[in-house]
Write a protein that binds this ligand. Structure first.
Ligand SMILES: NC(=O)c1ccc[n+]([C@@H]2O[C@H](COP(=O)([O-])OP(=O)(O)OC[C@H]3O[C@@H](n4cnc5c(N)ncnc54)[C@H](OP(=O)(O)O)[C@@H]3O)[C@@H](O)[C@H]2O)c1
Ligand SMILES: *[C@@H]1O[C@H](CO)[C@@H](O)[C@H](O)[C@H]1NC(C)=O
Ligand SMILES: *[C@@H]1O[C@H](CO)[C@@H](O)[C@H](O)[C@H]1NC(C)=O
Length: 329
């Protein structure tokens, strides 16, 4: 026994600098991890008697958002394209939250017909809608088209949500004070709206298309807030952080092995879906934001978006273009 202790002491003495370095590295990694995790939504607001609809809630941050809001007592509608995944997510959320009022509805944002069908179902069958969360998204997919012939990322991330929101406005107004929360991204900062070639037909670039769609999210938030002034419906857009989700599904498989090996430890450091859901939850429930509208949030705080996302003329022009693309009067 004594021999053993002595051996340890000897080891420590001869490896002092190594042990110190390992300790410091550990502290740095933990501090970095803590910083990456970001702030949590601290609001304790309850949502009993309220109804929330979340798009793309079968996985990623949408699912974590749905779970949190279910825990607050809301009736939660998961609007998803894959019914099998959606039903298993709903079951998990019911189990974890103890809230049985979690339902699934079919929504494929890459189909205007599907968007209209869901909106009609909600308007006819739901008594109220207090919070609409436009969360679903697709990133850096190949040059794909939606059912209606729109470029996929612009079609799903922006146009589908644009139509859905507009179709649900009457119910949102009727339920006011109510909120629309739009999940955008930091990627909007390097985006521009290609008004001359909105579907990027001439020169498709999957990154450029994603940035354009996320910039469209922030501009839509701004214009919608202006149009909804005085109605009691407030609008929020946000960057959720960098999160370990399935969003990289179209990107990761093309990575070379060395890139994957480098990316792996980074993936371990970035936000978990639960951490990534915090700013969405904050915009959905935080009481102090009740009278704010049209702003952009990051890390559970308001943030100024990029200059091109504050361009009111572009926001108006995008609204008109979107309305004509989806066939809204
Ligand atoms: N992860 C990040 O680091 C990050 C950073 C900035 C912004 N965001 C934004 O956060 C949001 C959520 O992304 P996530 O990271 O949670 O990604 P995710 O795990 O890939 O989840 C995306 C969700 O969107 C759904 N979806 C995709 N296409 C759809 C369609 N045509 N119709 C209906 N639903 C569709 C997916 O359904 P399926 O499972 O059926 O495909 C899934 O439920 C997105 O708007 C994204 O742009 C994420
Ligand atoms: C897409 O555009 C980015 C710059 O925005 C560029 O770095 C990248 O190489 C382009 N990708 C393709 C496939 O052209
Ligand atoms: C929002 O405005 C209403 C009406 O002016 C006011 O009663 C309420 O206190 C305000 N709420 C917040 C959080 O500022």
């Amino acid at each position: 026994m004594q021999n053993y202790a002595e051996e340890i002491r000897h080891f420590m003495e001869s490896h002092v600098s190594g042990i110190l370095a390992a300790l410091i590295a550990g502290v740095v990694v933990l501090a970095f991890r803590r910083w990456m995790a970001g702030r949590a939504c601290r609001s304790k607001a309850r949502l009993d008697g309220k109804t929330v609809l979340i798009t793309g809630a079968n996985t990623g941050i949408g699912k974590e958002t749905a779970l949190d809001l279910a825990c607050r007592g809301a009736r939660v509608i998961l609007a998803c394209r894959d019914m099998t995944k959606a039903h298993s997510a709903a079951e998990e959320i019911r189990q974890c939250s103890g809230n049985g009022n979690v339902v699934v509805k079919k929504l494929d944002l890459a189909s205007l017909q599907s968007v209209r069908d869901l909106a009609k179902d909600i308007q006819e069958n739901e008594e109220r809608l207090d919070i609409l969360i436009n969360n679903a998204g697709i990133m850096r997919c190949p040059k794909w088209q939606t059912e209606d012939g729109f470029e996929m990322q612009f079609g799903v991330n922006h146009l589908g949500h644009f139509l859905l929101t507009n179709c649900l406005l009457d119910l949102l107004k009727k339920s006011s004070p109510s909120r629309v929360v739009i999940v955008s991204s930091l990627a909007h900062e390097r985006g521009r709206i290609h008004f001359e070639d909105i579907n990027l037909d001439k020169d498709y670039n999957h990154s450029e298309s994603y940035r354009q769609s996320k910039l469209a999210n922030v501009l839509f938030c701004r214009e919608l807030a202006t149009r909804l002034q005085g109605t009691g419906v407030t609008v929020y857009s946000l960057h959720p952080g960098v999160i370990r989700t399935e969003l990289v599904r179209h990107l990761f498989p093309s990575f070379a092995l060395w890139k994957r090996i480098i990316v792996m430890p980074v993936m371990m450091m970035i936000k978990t879906p639960k951490e990534g859901a915090q700013t969405t939850i904050y915009c959905a429930v935080e009481e102090s934001l009740a009278n704010d509208s049209g702003l952009y949030y990051s890390n559970c705080a308001v943030k100024e978006p990029a200059a091109q996302a504050r361009d009111d003329a572009a926001a108006k022009k995008l609204w008109d273009l979107s309305a004509s693309m989806v066939g809204l009067a």
